[in-house]
Design a protein around this ligand. Structure first.
Ligand code: DCB
Length: 530
């Protein structure tokens, strides 16, 4: 019977029927009891099993219609890419290989913890595609956001963290929607579908054996515009005093336009040490005059762990002591509708506004990046109006920043339906590897129509926070921001192992930021502050 020999050979034994994965090929017997020549996946399943990429169960079946589990799917890809197992936390048969995949950054801890609790659950389609793309295409994915997202009927169901890999997979033709054009991001994959998906990637990237990394597909865009002289850094709180918004400009207390150039922390729940006075001073010494404190609401942030507020407060106090403006960022992200936690937000901003009403350096950012099925006029604007009135009850004139749909890119929607309040600005966020001319054009139009814009988060990477560094596109953006006097904070002041991080892993800037501690991103960002 098909599979029995292989089962013994590979010694992957468990009670009952076991899916067998092989690292070396050799088609011996043909056929699975439940895969017929007339099945749409017949050729693919046979080809993949002949190549030894995957095999069936010990009872001779392939179970094409069963959902593939995380362990099955990921270990197939690991073998295909020739990864070796590493020491694992769990005793699960797939744990050593999955540990390697985790270490390689194919997926994040929370998506499939090494403790194994999700190993035998069906893998979500969006995660499966992400892992496939990470395995075959690496980082630095290029695609056109508008073209690809338009192909997906249920795009608003796609979680933001899968955005770049899934859109890239659409661009490369690895994924097509179902007959209704839906991707069903949180749905599962059958084993036949997984087999087809993996085969498409093998064909596309021409690597069906255990080869190593493929070159990152970094877009090369010609850029011949001469470098602009950077706008001068405008000094800190002691020089500019309390900020106010005049027309489209952010201005100091005396009405002179100022440009804030600085940094955003990563999630405070993960990088609390970056709120220390020493770390903040290190950034100030490199020229930053603003720091944004990204207090995530989800992903282990404020809603689950309210004490992260204390981390934020100590960061804000330290920034003020370093003469830096401080942005209090209510960092919504995985739940893209600010209305979900409006009550918590009201309490939080009431407390912050009361505490900082007399501080000249505090800026409130009330919703980082709305996304998914959220409407400017129906959700964000009413949310903002409520929060602004809460803040204004204590702090009559502190600057307030407001986000917009599509991760704070839809400032055109805000421009068309503005909030009636003083001293507010609208945020626009960009990532150089993802957002290009079209977003600069949108900002230009919005500012031209009188909208005050603040870039409270931007990165040299793609929209996932990794990929790149996209130097050419970053340069275009820096020129653009300097020409237009836009204030900005770069994502992110941390040492996470991702290309948007400004510091090299393991950096300790408590005694100042040395050149060798700056990542490629950090060099670009801090150079712009000189
Ligand atoms: C924003 C978020 C920010 C996120 C960065 C990069 O999200 F405001 O929280 O940071 O941009 O994606 C990333 C970190 C990762 C972390 C991840 C989840 O760098 O280390 O694992 O957050 O906490 C954006 C911005 C734009 C778009 C999508 C996202 N976009 N997004 O245009 O599609 O999905 O997170």
């Amino acid at each position: 019977m098909r599979g029995i020999k292989r089962l013994i050979k590979t010694a992957l034994v468990a009670a009952g029927c076991v899916l067998v994965f092989l690292s070396c090929a050799g088609a011996e017997e043909k056929g699975f009891s439940d895969v017929k020549g007339s099945d749409w996946y017949y050729d693919t399943v046979m080809e993949m099993s002949d190549k030894g990429v995957l095999s069936g169960y010990s009872d001779g079946s392939f179970r094409p219609d069963a959902n593939i589990t995380a362990a099955e799917y990921i270990s197939v890809l690991c073998r295909l890419k020739g990864l070796s197992p590493t020491q694992a936390q769990s005793g699960h048969w797939a744990a050593p290989l999955l540990q390697t995949a985790l270490d390689k950054g194919w997926y994040d801890y929370d998506e499939n913890p090494p403790t194994g609790e999700k190993f035998d659950l069906p893998i979500e389609r969006q995660l499966a595609v992400k892992i496939l793309i990470k395995a075959f295409a690496g980082d630095g994915l290029s695609y056109d956001y508008n073209t690809e997202s338009a192909k997906i009927k249920d795009f608003d169901m796609l979680s933001g963290r899968y955005y770049d890999t899934v859109l890239f997979a659409y661009k490369d033709g690895l994924v097509e929607g179902d007959s209704d054009g839906r991707f069903r991001p949180a749905g599962y994959l059958t084993r036949a579908e997984a087999c087809t998906l993996i085969k498409k990637a093998c064909d596309k990237y021409n690597s069906d054996t255990g080869d190593t990394e493929t070159a990152p597909m970094t877009p090369v865009t010609p850029y011949d515009k001469p470098a602009q002289t950077p706008a001068p850094i405008s000094g800190g709180i002691s020089r500019n005093g309390a900020l106010k918004v005049i027309g489209t400009s952010l201005c100091g207390e005396d009405g002179t336009p100022v440009v804030l150039k600085g940094i955003s922390t990563h999630g405070l729940q993960w990088f609390p040490n970056f709120t220390s006075k020493e770390y903040i001073k290190a950034a100030a010494d490199r020229g930053a005059n603003v720091i944004r404190f990204a207090m995530y609401t989800e992903e282990g942030g404020y809603i689950q762990s309210p004490s992260v507020k204390n981390t934020l407060v100590s960061g804000v106090d330290n920034a003020l002591a370093c003469d830096m403006y401080a942005i209090i960022d209510w960092h919504i992200l995985s739940d893209g509708n600010p209305m979900t936690h409006i009550n918590e937000a009201k309490d939080f901003f009431a407390e912050m506004a009361e505490k900082y009403k007399d501080a000249k350096g505090v800026i409130y950012e009330i919703c980082n990046e709305p996304n998914g099925s959220v409407s400017w006029s129906e959700d964000i604007k009413p949310y903002a109006e409520e929060i602004i009135s809460v803040i204004r009850a204590y702090d009559g004139d502190g600057v307030i920043l407001v986000g917009s749909p599509t991760w704070s890119q839809d400032i055109d929607k805000a421009a068309a339906d503005r909030i009636a309040a003083e001293n507010i600005m609208y945020t626009c966020h960009f990532y150089a590897g993802t957002h290009t001319d079209w977003l600069r054009d949108r900002i230009k139009t919005a500012v031209g129509s009188g909208l005050p814009v603040f870039i409270s988060e931007w990165g040299v990477s793609d929209a996932s926070g990794s990929g790149g560094v996209f130097e050419e596109e970053t340069k275009k953006w820096l020129d653009f921001m300097n020409e237009n006097g836009l204030s900005r904070c770069s994502w992110s002041y941390c040492d996470k192992n991702e290309s948007s991080a400004l510091l090299m892993s393991g950096s300790d800037p408590s005694d100042g930021l040395s050149d060798s501690e700056l990542s490629a991103a950090g060099k670009i960002v801090f150079d712009d502050m000189q």
